[in-house]
Write a protein that binds this ligand. Structure first.
Ligand code: P6P
Length: 334
């Protein structure tokens, strides 16, 4: 297989377009629009401490969460570049109560729908921990005026998904259904360059990621039993595992994708349906992890088979290395 390391994201997307004979280049353009928006977000994330863009806006979003200035900025950039690119007719964002119908003339025939979390993990912004943008792309299914049915599609209908992690380096990771590839932003040329070709997540891992501060609030005793299993001494099965939890889904999942591991956000007394959102956090991450050889379920059922009922619905998630997810599921009451 040709070594494509160093090829830019834009070149790679066009090259891979050949994998889809019916492709007309619209998805390639859309993927490039998202990459551009993320470059602009990255520029502000990287200097947030130097300009008055840290801290809170003083408002709360539809989730009831305090909106960070950088959250708002990232949301504005995603909307701006997706609208300008003209490849999507409908957008939905964690920061927007309802979906956005792009009515501009140049987008009237656009066939794609984009759902995104513009800046996930934003509670980490002010402490310089890694955060990220997550996106999920579908083909529209409505005829005529776009409608809520365009955004309430099951994750198994995604045509592409990915994230951009703003960390020690800025890496864009995406899939369009033919494997997972990662591109590191080279700030000297302003291009994402292929650095992680054909990512495969290890079937086994030694990392478990869960907020153990919620130990007594997990609704399923099986989650406590699994975490205790992870802590048990068992030389043969190489336990205890290592606990790693940043509190930023993109950062925790990126580490586990590369090194192997399991990330769990279960149902709790405070978040009885889990905390993470199905449409723009769990589905795109599930698509990526499954494409990399891992698993993603709600403890029992595949995340990407969940039928969405509303835009911001939440779902418990067990995601990561195949054999770790299978093992965790065994502890849960089925
Ligand atoms: P907790 C960040 O706010 C986020 O949405 C995810 O990025 C992260 O995995 C999760 O919430 C952390 O939640 O309850 O452990 O702080």
């Amino acid at each position: 297989m040709q070594d494509l390391r160093g090829i830019t994201y834009d070149e790679f997307v066009i090259l891979k377009q050949k994998d889809f004979p019916q492709a007309e280049g619209d998805l390639s353009k859309l993927l490039r629009d998202i990459g551009l928006a993320a470059k602009v977000i990255n520029r502000e994330v990287n200097k947030a401490g130097l300009v008055d863009i840290l801290g809170m806006t003083g408002s709360r979003n539809v989730q009831g969460e305090e909106v960070q200035k950088l959250d708002e900025y990232a949301n504005e950039q995603m909307i701006k570049y997706l609208r300008a690119g003209g490849q999507c007719c409908v957008m939905a964002s964690e920061e927007e109560e309802d979906f956005i119908h792009v009515e501009d003339d140049h987008a009237v025939n656009a066939k794609y729908v984009v759902l995104f979390d513009p800046l996930d993990g934003s509670s980490n912004i002010d402490v310089n921990a890694s955060i990220g943008t997550i996106f999920s792309i579908y083909e529209r299914i409505s005829v005529g005026v776009p409608s809520i049915e365009d955004v309430l599609q099951a994750g198994n209908k995604q045509v592409a998904a990915g994230y951009v992690i703003y960390g020690s380096s800025t890496i864009l990771v995406y899939t369009s259904g033919n494997g997972v590839n990662g591109f590191t932003l080279d700030p000297t040329i302003g291009e994402y360059c292929l650095s992680h070709p054909n990512i495969k997540t290890p079937e086994n891992g030694k990392i478990y990621s869960i907020n153990e501060g919620e130990y007594n609030n997990w609704l399923d005793q099986g989650v406590r039993d699994y975490v205790n299993y992870c802590k048990e001494n068992n030389v043969e099965e190489k336990r205890p595992y290592s606990a790693r939890y940043i509190g930023s889904m993109v950062a925790d999942l990126h580490r586990n994708l590369i090194k192997g591991g399991i990330f769990i956000y279960p149902s709790t007394t405070k978040a009885t349906k889990g905390k993470l959102r199905l449409l723009y956090e769990c589905n795109p991450m599930a698509f990526l992890v499954e494409q990399a050889g891992g698993l993603a379920n709600d403890g029992k059922n595949r995340i990407m088979d969940a039928k969405p009922n509303e835009l911001h619905q939440r779902i418990p998630i067990f995601i990561g290395s195949k054999n770790m997810v299978i093992k965790a599921n065994e502890f849960l009451v089925q």
